[in-house]
Design a protein around this ligand. Structure first.
Ligand code: ADP
Ligand code: TRP
Length: 314
């Protein structure tokens, strides 16, 4: 029996190759080792998005990205949170078990308040909905980025509180899985590649756009090896190949950049093609199938939970 994994997907627009090598690829390389549940966190997104078109579009986009980078919907349960109302139901129960000061310690909430932004009640109780996402499926393993570590602690705490309050062992403690990517991918200016720095090579870029980004990589005139070009190139080729290539084209930055464009293109092209050719209908069908599978697990779990709480009378 494989261990169960669950993670929440969000559409985070403008993905770049830093995201791919840092987070997406390590995930794609790992999910099949587990009984994986991949959930689009659409009701979580509602804490910040108040536009129906944008939210619908983001749901489709999140699924499209994961399918394009190689997630096989036959080998994972891909669904959206809002299709399984049990998430909200269990989230409510957890809300009734944790204290306000406990939720006030959550980073996402604190950051928003610190920035002087108004936090809605949904954002405030976000960690309990996330705890429900995880515990409803008895997920043991939760792959997340470092910034989500605290939320997994909150999930453990919520499950523990339930177990103590109702004298049960209903919920098991989930463990975060912080996947190791290749480290920091540098952008075209040598700084960390980030959508907020405008120094990215977009993940599903056309060849022209790749070429444009690569040609703009900053090269210094000291030495024969353009180190920013080399750093990105090393994501695609091993050291021996690169040593040879950079030796043969010493000082010829243009040729080296052209070679990098070809390597990136060869890697991106199949993903880009998938990304462009996945129809909305296909995505909807994946989500519908996933919802059915997820609901089967979640509704069974909630039946027991309702009994433990004392609301199941018939
Ligand atoms: P951005 O910096 O473009 O806003 P995010 O903060 O949305 O990217 O990051 C999403 C995920 O991609 C995170 O898990 C992060 O670790 C990874 N990531 C982002 N930029 C890089 C990078 N330059 N190198 C490696 N991983 C990255
Ligand atoms: N909060 C997560 C994020 O911002 C998304 C998420 C929602 C999630 N529910 C989850 C992640 C359950 C893991 C498990 O990235």
């Amino acid at each position: 029996m494989k261990k169960r994994l669950l993670t929440g997907l969000q559409a985070s627009g403008q993905l770049h190759i830093g995201n791919y090598f840092g987070a997406l690829k390590p995930f794609v390389d790992t999910y099949e080792e587990y009984d994986s549940f991949l959930m689009v966190a659409d009701y979580h997104a509602l804490t910040s998005i108040k536009d129906a078109k944008t939210l619908s579009g983001n749901i489709l986009e999140a699924v499209r990205v994961y399918l394009a980078i190689g997630v096989d919907p036959e080998r994972a349960t891909l669904f959206k949170q809002s299709d399984v109302p049990e998430h909200m139901e269990l989230g409510w129960i957890f809300n009734c078990l944790v204290s306000v000061p406990f939720l006030q310690q959550a980073h996402a909430y604190k950051d928003k308040v610190a920035k002087g932004l108004e936090a809605n009640a949904g954002l405030f109780t976000y960690p309990m909905l996330m705890a429900a996402d995880i515990l409803l499926y008895d997920a043991e393993v939760v792959p997340v980025g470092e910034d989500q570590r605290q939320h997994i602690e909150y999930a453990r705490e919520a499950g523990g509180k339930f177990n103590r309050a109702f004298e049960t062992e209903e919920f098991r403690a989930p463990q975060e899985l912080i996947l190791k990517g290749v480290g920091t991918v540098p952008g075209v200016n040598g700084e960390k590649m980030s959508k907020s720095y405008g120094n990215t090579i977009p993940l599903f870029a056309t060849k022209d756009a790749i070429a444009k980004a690569v040609m703009s990589i900053v090269t210094d005139s000291s030495g024969d090896t353009p180190k920013n070009v080399y750093a990105i190139h090393s994501l695609y080729r091993n050291e021996d190949e690169l040593t040879k290539l950079y030796e043969e084209n010493k000082g010829n930055y243009k040729a080296l950049k052209e070679s990098l464009v070809e390597d990136i293109e060869a890697h991106i092209a199949p993903m880009r093609e998938k990304y462009q050719n996945i129809s909305d209908e296909e995505i909807l069908s994946v989500l519908k199938n996933g919802a059915e599978k997820a609901r089967t697990v979640a509704s069974k779990k909630m039946e027991t939970v309702r009994k433990k709480v004392g609301v199941a009378l018939y």
